[in-house]
Design a protein around this ligand. Structure first.
Ligand SMILES: [Zn+2]
Length: 290
């Protein structure tokens, strides 16, 4: 019962997220290509970012938000062959503070903190020496940490697994809300309810995101630097509120390449491209800068 509820919750969450496949990706590329030729060249370092969720071997469980783990390994091998170096949000912040980034940085992000990320993504990260960013949902992490249940098909990461991965230096964790990852009473994710006042909305965000920061501080030894918008749904005034809560970076679901400069503001609204289940690494990564 509990398990089926969780699975259902995950599936519902996935269904509400932006649906982008290779076909839509191609449309996106066409739109990019039709941008005015006279547009000034973008300043900064191009930062592609990939958005993954679940990884499972069973084809019956695969879909828009669950892909075969072999595709992730294929993606990593492809990126390695193209000279890309996956980075953490901490590396991006370091760059805005005068540090350096590798020549071709890329973000490999995993939303929702699925336990199968530990089963499949973590070993691949170790094999390829690649950094990944996982954004768990606090209430799910607390639930499965309490029950101790670990099932690749539906459970999420426990805090203990997160600590284990964090200690490797390869996995970084960011804030994907404590319990605002659904669509309830007119609120999608952390976006603003219709008619909600500035004060009410600020209080809701501060309480939920702040609770996740507290839980991350308690369990992982540090709060998140980055807020990852559930479903990419951004409420009116939300970006400013997120900044006021101390976050230094936000990740969206806008399928585009971002440009990172020494200006700390360049870390807000970073776009990400959803990795679909039905195309090769070469096809998927055709959006990378040539
Ligand atoms: Zn999510």
């Amino acid at each position: 019962m509990f398990a089926s509820f969780r699975l259902k919750g995950w599936m519902l969450a996935a269904a509400a997220a932006l649906a982008l496949g290779c076909a839509v990706g191609a449309l996106g590329r066409a739109a990019l290509a039709s941008a005015p030729a006279s547009a000034a060249p973008r300043e900064g370092i191009p930062l592609p970012a990939v958005m993954y969720h679940g990884l499972l071997r069973d084809p019956a469980l695969q879909g828009t938000y669950v892909i075969d783990p072999t595709l992730l390994e294929s993606d990593m091998a492809y990126l390695q062959s193209r000279g890309y170096t996956p980075v953490h949000i901490a590396d991006l912040i370091g760059y805005t503070e005068g540090g350096e980034l590798p020549e071709k940085p890329i973000l490999l992000t995993f939303d929702d903190g699925c336990y199968n990320n530990y089963v499949y993504a973590y070993p691949f990260a170790q094999k390829y020496g690649m950094k990944i960013v996982i954004s768990p949902i606090g209430v799910w992490a607390d639930s499965y940490s309490a029950s101790g249940e670990e099932n690749a098909a539906y459970s999420t990461l426990t805090w203990s697994r997160m600590r284990e991965m964090q200690e490797s230096g390869l996995v970084e964790f960011q804030n994907h809300t404590y319990d605002l990852h659904g669509e309830t009473d007119g609120r999608l994710g952390s976006s603003r309810r219709e008619g909600e006042s500035d004060e009410e909305y600020a209080a809701v965000l501060s309480a939920d995101l702040g609770k996740m920061q507290d839980r991350m501080r308690e369990e992982l030894g540090r709060p998140a630097d980055c807020f990852v918008y559930p479903f990419g749904a951004i409420g009116e005034g939300e970006e400013a509120l997120v900044r006021s809560l101390g976050f230094r970076c936000t990740l969206t679901c806008d399928s585009r390449i971002s440009y990172i400069t020494r200006d700390a503001a360049s870390l807000f609204g970073i776009g990400r491209t959803l990795r679909p289940p039905d195309c090769t690494s070469e096809e998927f990564f055709s959006f990378l800068p040539q």
